[in-house]
Design a protein around this ligand. Structure first.
Ligand SMILES: *Cc1c(COP(=O)(O)O)cnc(C)c1O
Length: 221
């Protein structure tokens, strides 16, 4: 029987091919937030190695145990990061996808130097300019990329976004691609269970997929 993670990987491959992209250009980040270790192990056993978590405390409770067994697993932080948790985040995660304000960027730069550990960084863009959502305003994106990459010397590899719910996400995905292109950034983290195929057609280089792999989450988050 085909597992859910295999189904998602097959869909990624088929979608990439249908728009003339090499399937290997798109990474799958399996979003394991709220999932217990017992649900994550079968996905690791399928060979999946990139995972996303949105809460530092929760990740700190699960991943040291999992990493002891699966040392090549890589962890992406996809949720909000408070300045007072930066050190813990840098030590626990491989990639930080949610850099969205100067104070946070400065703290990450300083503590990365102190620890001698530099996570790959994505800048989160509030692509729909929604007041309740995290992320840099699209109009401020170029200046913020310059601050993070050129002034603070963070290893900024790309942009991340969550488009407005219940709208066609394609224009928002394309706008993220435009901002990345004009800033010389290669990576686009966009697309979730409901829209990852659209995101791939719009240029996503990684998709963050939770429920399509793990099933519905019990708590709404
Ligand atoms: C939860 C979450 C996802 C995964 O969402 P699904 O709809 O379960 O695939 C992706 N990105 C972020 C930032 C999330 O918080």
């Amino acid at each position: 029987m085909t597992s859910k993670v295999e189904t998602v990987l097959n869909n990624i491959c088929a979608t990439a091919q249908s728009c003339g992209r090499p399937p290997d250009d798109i990474a799958l980040v399996a979003v394991s937030k709220t999932q217990p270790i017992t649900a994550i192990i079968p996905v690791l056993d399928q060979g999946q190695r990139l995972f996303g978590e949105n809460k530092i405390q929760e990740a700190a409770g699960k991943w040291p145990t999992l990493r002891a067994q699966y040392s090549d697993a890589k962890l992406h932080l996809i949720g909000p990061l408070q300045s007072n948790k930066v050190r813990q985040a840098i030590l626990l995660f491989d990639v930080i996808e949610t850099i969205d304000r100067p104070k946070l960027a400065r703290a990450i730069a300083r503590i990365s130097r102190e620890e001698g550990k530099f996570c790959d960084c994505y800048i989160q863009i509030n692509i729909g300019r929604e007041p309740q959502k995290a992320g840099v305003d699209p109009d401020e994106a170029d200046a913020f990329v310059t601050l993070c990459r050129d002034e603070l010397k963070l290893p900024v590899c790309g942009l991340m976004c969550i488009p407005p719910a219940a709208q066609d996400p394609a224009p928002y995905f394309r706008l993220l691609g435009e901002i990345a292109r004009r800033n010389g950034l290669e990576k686009l983290s966009m697309g979730m269970s409901g829209d990852y195929q659209t995101a791939i057609r719009c240029g996503a280089t990684s998709v963050r997929v939770g429920t399509a792999i793990f099933g519905a989450r019990t708590a709404a988050q």
